[in-house]
Design a binder for this molecule. Structure first.
Ligand code: UD1
Length: 323
């Protein structure tokens, strides 16, 4: 797609995935509105485009329907990335999770319908599968989410499809599998790779919740951004599509790999209680993404980790002796 003629709005534009996507869209010449309530998002994530004439940042909340109606005027494509993102936090605060993810998404859809938006691409999550035993996960498998977060994401996928069927709105849900990379925050509720990188840099042990045999299909954020661009280009809608690396790794092996790549093998890996709401294995079948989007991940986990560590060292002026 030639993004140069497009007016694109990204919800959650200052967050981890949203900021990576927003920066790429601006680089491709789109006119982009970045919408974020700055609750989890950080202006620092988008500082390099703040002065760009093709970019405008709007502070706002997806729970404010009237404001969405106002800012959606003249928009062609919406990437709906804003979300309550933490599984353990959703266990502590299910109402907040539902309010942001479900009510917020309904607002986005209703406002988009009123404004005749061309296409909405929704950032969903592999957590909708829950602990079903079959691996890899295929889009048409039964979904049994085991956390309030997973339930909320499943509800939003349902709304995306229903708005497509009933109102003819062109929607698409991308089900991401454990995304990592630049601009992911190191906080207790962030993804494990960002947390462990922070610990490594402070020479602290890596902590695993459970026995370390659980696995994830860690996906590099640049591949996720690429999938989002492809999703706008293709003429498909009403679909749900897995976006993953298609190569799972156990948490124990991930910890060892991160220690090896940073030559910090002397640090310990310690084990503690399993986290409530956690699924055990997660691994994507990406054949649908290959077929419908022509998607092919460009980074395996090791390449993604190295690219991320290099970015981090450059950005925060820290040094790591990388393998
Ligand atoms: C992550 C995302 C979620 C997304 C989902 C699927 C975050 C915060 N969550 O959920 O938004 O929808 O992937 O794409 O990015 N772990 C440790 N030690 C730690 C931290 C975590 O062992 O210090 C373990 C967890 O118990 C879990 C695994 O690492 O087994 C992954 O956890 P996490 O990175 O939080 O991701 P998910 O819960 O899978």
């Amino acid at each position: 797609m030639n993004f140069k003629e497009k007016n694109v709005l990204v919800t959650g534009a200052a967050g981890f995935i949203g900021s990576n996507l927003t920066i790429e869209l601006v680089n491709l010449g789109a006119n982009v509105i970045g919408f974020d309530n700055l609750f989890n998002g950080r202006i620092e994530n988008i500082e390099e485009i703040l002065e760009n004439k093709s970019f405008k940042f709007i502070k706002g909340d997806i729970r404010d329907f009237n404001f969405l109606l106002e800012v959606f005027e003249g928009i062609d494509i919406i990437y709906h990335v804003a979300a309550f993102t933490s599984v353990p936090q959703s266990v502590l605060m299910p109402e907040s999770c539902n309010d942001v993810n479900v009510n917020g998404t309904l607002n986005v859809l209703n406002a988009a319908r009123k404004r005749d938006i061309e296409k909405i691409i929704y950032s969903s999550s592999s957590s909708v599968y829950g602990d079903t035993p079959t691996l890899p996960k295929k889009e048409d498998m039964p979904r049994h989410p085991i956390s309030p977060y997973g339930v909320s994401k499943l509800a939003c996928e349902g709304y995306m499809q229903v708005f497509h069927k009933i109102y003819g709105l062109r929607t698409l849900s991308l089900r991401y599998f454990n995304v990592f990379g630049p601009r992911q925050k190191d906080s207790p509720y962030s993804g494990v790779i960002a947390i462990w990188l922070g610990r490594l840099l402070n020479n602290k042990d890596l902590i695993i919740f459970g026995n370390g045999e659980q696995s994830r299909d860690f996906t590099y954020v640049k591949d996720v951004v690429h999938a989002n661009l492809l999703a706008a280009e293709q003429g498909i809608s009403g679909e749900i599509i897995n976006i993953g690396a298609g190569a799972p790794i156990t948490l124990s092996n991930l910890a060892k790999l991160m220690l090896k790549l940073t030559k910090k093998e002397k640090l310990n890996i310690s084990y503690t209680d399993t986290r409530s709401g956690d699924i055990f294995h997660s691994y994507a079948d990406i054949s649908k993404a290959k077929e419908l989007l022509n998607f092919q991940p460009k980074f395996n986990q090791e390449e993604g980790l190295k690219d991320y560590f290099n970015w981090y060292c450059h950005k925060y002026k820290v040094s790591l002796d990388l393998n």
